[in-house]
Design a protein around this ligand. Structure first.
Ligand code: PCA
Length: 216
């Protein structure tokens, strides 16, 4: 039986010409190299409520068994697999609709946080085995990415068999050229990383008990 993986990624924001997440994900549209698997790619606006609405619409239309949202984390040197989504919007800058929520919940009355349901340790291990730098992250921030990550995990809270989570990716080399010393990753490598992430998510449904947590 064929299954669907939904990969969603963001449009540019904060004056950037591109977003490395969508640059990589759009290359995977129509990817057929994994038998029995359809990859659907969805662009998301960098707008608080609207991004979540677009994602929820795609979830209802596609009924995916795995959902991975991808966003830019400029300044991070590697692929970061987000572990925790928090119920907080605290925007350091306006979104693409000019909104800047400060200290408000993503969803009123909902839990403080949700954990990813992706096997992030197995994914990090698979990325390392393929020579791609990756690590776990314990904060997706408090801007649009965390908002969408939290909203996704809230929508799926009663559907534990749908595995879902969030991956942040570094600047492209072209973006990093504007920020002396900033780390970057080529779009082809980010796309490879996402294919490996999808395969690992499908292969290994358990969180491996690897001692790769953080002390600070
Ligand atoms: N990164 C931002 C929002 C969109 C994106 O790609 C973030 O980390 O919140």
């Amino acid at each position: 039986m064929s299954q669907t993986v939904l990969l969603a990624a963001f449009e540019p924001f904060n004056g950037e010409a591109l977003n490395p997440s969508w640059e990589a994900i759009k290359t995977l549209q129509g990817y057929t190299a994994i038998p029995g698997l359809r990859i659907a790619c969805q662009p998301l606006p960098c707008v608080f409520e609207r991004a979540l609405q677009v994602l929820e619409h795609a979830l209802a239309a596609l009924r995916p068994s795995v959902v991975i949202v991808v966003g830019q984390a400029g300044g991070r040197p590697d692929i970061t697999l987000e572990r925790v989504a928090i119920n907080l919007d605290d925007a350091p800058m306006v979104d693409n609709a000019g909104q800047q929520p400060i200290d408000t919940p993503v969803i009123d009355g909902a839990p403080a946080a949700y954990f990813t349901t992706l096997p992030v340790k197995a994914i990090a291990q698979a990325l390392h085995e393929n020579g791609i730098p990756a690590s776990l992250s314990y904060s997706a921030g408090s801007y649009v990415c965390n908002h969408v990550f939290y909203g996704l995990m809230h929508v799926l809270r009663h559907r534990p068999r749908v595995r879902a989570g969030f991956v942040h990716v570094p600047y492209t080399p072209a973006q990093a050229a504007y920020y002396p010393g900033a780390p970057s990753m080529a779009t082809t490598q980010v796309a490879d990383a996402m294919v490996i992430t999808v395969k690992a998510a499908l292969d290994d449904l358990q969180h491996l008990p690897l001692p790769t947590g953080a002390s600070h």
